[in-house]
Write a protein that binds this ligand. Sequence first.
Ligand SMILES: [Zn+2]
Length: 399
Amino acid sequence: MKEVNLICTKCNKKFPIDKVHFRCDICNEPLELEEIKEGRIRKDNVFNQTIIERYADFFPFLDIDKDLSLGEGFTGLVESNKIAREIGIENLYFKNETQNPTWSFKDRGTIAGIQHAVKLGYKTIGTVSTGNMASSVAAYGAKANLKTYIFVYKDIADEKLNPIAIYNPRLIKVDGDYGKLYLESFKIGEENNIYFINSDVPFRIEGYKTIAFEICEQLDFDIPDYIVVPTSAGGDIRGIEKGFREFKNCGLIDKTPKIICAQASGCSPIYTAYKEKSDTVIKYENPSTIAHAIGNPTPPSGNQVLRMINWNRGTCVAVSDEEIIEAQGMLARTGIFGQPASAVPLAAVKKLREEDYIKKEERAVCIVTSTGLKYTAAFKKHNLRFEECNIKDLSKIVK
Ligand SMILES: [Zn+2]
């Protein structure tokens, strides 16, 4: 491993990376790897590279185990003139993370986490998740032939459970507070030598930087004004912001975009704290939203997201379930089918454009985090139609 440290996002205390440290032992805030100040992109053929190899200068690994990869990243950046026109903005892009191996952005964080786990000699990994991250860690654990523990909450629907179970991890439904389970898993990991690649652990954040790196390359280093990220635990948004910051440090881009933290109003602890000008996120009571994937009432990186939005000069926004479903439909009618949580950024852009926070001539990128096929119950919220006829009448009907 290269000579870099983990650093507390609040008090700056340093920790070595050759041991597992997830949170600061003084202030219990999340840790992150020290910022990269020098680096370049390895410009080889993307068909022969993994994301960790292409952006190797931005990771602490001296050698990269290619066998751990399932071909994550290098997802499309799709411009939609149709939606841009509808909501009155000149350029609107969608980073289509549904193209990842387990159909969500989580795979980028999992590959970075598992590289670290294997380097440290771990034979067992795990995670605490209700969906996307559970499938991702189970799949990468299967590929790496590591014993894999997945803790889910006890009321999880079969529709979500089976796509995790198919990878054959030790899948345990846990009866208890989901927020506490996050911290409990670290304790269990320490006692039993299990590397928990949870939502906002430092190496997961490192993996998410590659979303920013790819956007820079895809837009020819002409940086957009806004990046809009559906936010739950706070890992993805932190990683994306750090990616832009490091590319700027290295002179690859000359400015960083404003980062917008987009939440569902039915579970919006970070937005609520931001609006109240508080520096501490508190538990969101009685959460209820169709955007289940971002329904974490106790985001472990919530305070750090508030600090980051502050220095980045971005903002937080919350949108209703009605606005989310409307945005999911708009997105599908431009050819991209994201899950309700993944439609939150588009709903947020629409709202911020109506409020004239985002100007007509500005450019925004929405992160479409995962596929709509993971939550088919949302179909019934849409007015989906089809027609029927006998084959002999078909020609007449089409005319
Ligand atoms: Zn600290």
